[in-house]
Design a protein around this ligand. Structure first.
Ligand SMILES: C[S@@+](CC[C@H](N)C(=O)[O-])C[C@H]1O[C@@H](n2cnc3c(N)ncnc32)[C@H](O)[C@@H]1O
Length: 273
C-alpha cells in the first residue's frame, strides 16, 4: 500500500489508533519484541540516554506508547523531569505522570524543554508539518529533538511474506499490500521534513538482520496489525495462518527465516524560531 490519501487516513485515524491499535500496549510489544532476534542488537533506549548527555531540565516523550523509553531515561537520568505524552489514554495506564496530548498541539510553553522525543510516531500524525513545528517550538534554543523511524526498505521480507500469503488465500499470484505504518515518514524523507524546523540534523542508521527459527514471533508481528484487519482486502486470520505455514516451510528448508531491517534515529538541533 502506498502513501495515498485512503492509506494515510487509516494510519492517522485517531479513533482507531487510540482503541484497536494502541488501546493497550499489546500490539506495540509484539512489534518491539521481534528485535530480540536481530543482529546486531541495538539498545535503542541506551542510545537515547547517550544523546541526552548534555541535556538538563525537562524532557517530553511525545507518543511514548508503553513507556519503554520513559522508564529507561528516568532510571538513568533521575535529574531530568520526564513528561510522557500520548493520544491513546489506554496505553498510558501505569506510566507515572503521563499526559494525554496530541503532537500537533503540545500542552507545553515555548522554549520550555531541554529535549523532546518523537520515536516511531510521526507517521501516525495527520499534520506532520504542524507536529514538527511543535517539536521546535517547545525546545530551548540549545535543546534537541530525537526522532526515529524506519527506512522504506525495512523488513521487505515481511511485506513479501504478507503479499504471498494473501495471494495464496485469494488464489492469485500476489495479494494486496498490508498497511505500511512508516511509509508516511520514512528514514529517507525525514531529514527534509525535519529540516523545515531544525538547522542541524544527524542520522544514526540502525541496520540489522533478524533471524528466527520459530514462526511465532513473526506471526505475532503480523497479528499486531489487527487494527487494520478489515481494510487489507483479504481475510486476516486466514492470511496469518498461511503466513505461518510459509515461514515454517522456509525454516524447514533453510534453517531460519531472515528479515533485513533498517531503522534510524535523527538527532535534531538548532530549532529555528
Ligand atoms: C508505534 S507507537 C511508538 C511508541 C513509542 N514511541 C516507541 O517508540 O516505542 C506510536 C505511538 O504514538 C501515539 N500517537 C499516534 N498519534 C499521535 C499524536 N498525534 N500525538 C501523540 N501521540 C500519538 C500512539 O498512540 C502510539 O502510542
Amino acid at each position: 500500500m502506498s502513501t495515498q490519501p485512503a492509506h494515510d487516513r487509516l494510519v492517522t485515524d485517531r479513533r482507531l489508533l487510540s482503541t484497536k491499535a494502541y488501546g493497550t500496549g499489546q500490539h506495540l510489544a509484539a512489534r518491539q519484541s521481534l528485535y530480540q532476534w536481530q543482529t546486531p542488537r541495538h539498545d535503542l533506549p541506551g542510545i537515547i540516554v547517550n544523546e541526552l548527555a548534555g541535556i538538563e531540565g525537562a524532557v517530553t516523550d511525545v507518543g511514548c506508547g508503553n513507556g519503554r523509553f520513559v522508564a529507561r531515561v528516568r532510571e538513568e537520568r533521575p535529574d531530568l523531569a520526564v513528561i510522557p505524552m500520548d493520544v491513546s489514554p489506554g496505553i498510558l495506564e501505569g506510566i507515572a505522570g503521563a499526559v494525554v496530548a496530541d503532537a500537533q498541539r503540545l500542552p507545553v510553553a515555548d522554549g520550555a524543554l531541554g529535549a523532546v522525543l518523537a520515536l516511531h510516531m510521526l507517521y501516525h500524525v495527520e499534520d506532520q508539518e504542524q507536529a514538527v513545528e511543535e517539536l521546535g517550538r517547545v525546545l530551548a534554543p540549545n535543546g534537541i529533538a530525537i526522532v526515529s523511524t524506519n527506512s522504506r526498505t525495512d523488513k521487505q521480507e515481511l511485506e513479501s511474506l504478507w503479499r504471498q500469503a494473501a495471494g495464496d488465500v485469494l488464489g492469485i499470484d500476489e495479494g494486496p499490500a498490508r498497511v505500511q505504518l512508516s511509509a508516511r515518514f520514512t528514514l529517507e524523507d525525514a531529514p527534509e521534513m525535519l529540516g523545515a524546523v531544525f538547522s542541524d540534523i544527524r542520522t544514526i542508521p540502525l541496520p540489522g538482520v533478524i533471524e528466527v527459527t520459530d514462526a511465532e514471533p513473526i506471526v505475532a508481528h503480523l497479528a499486531s496489525y489487527e487494527a487494520w484487519a478489515d481494510q487489507m482486502g483479504v481475510p486476516f486470520p486466514q492470511t496469518i495462518e498461511r503466513a505461518r505455514e510459509r515461514v515454517n516451510e522456509a525454516i524447514e528448508k533453510s534453517g531460519a527465516f531472515t528479515i533485513t531491517c533498517l531503522g534510524g534515529i535523527l538527532v535534531c538541533g538548532g530549532p529555528r524560531r
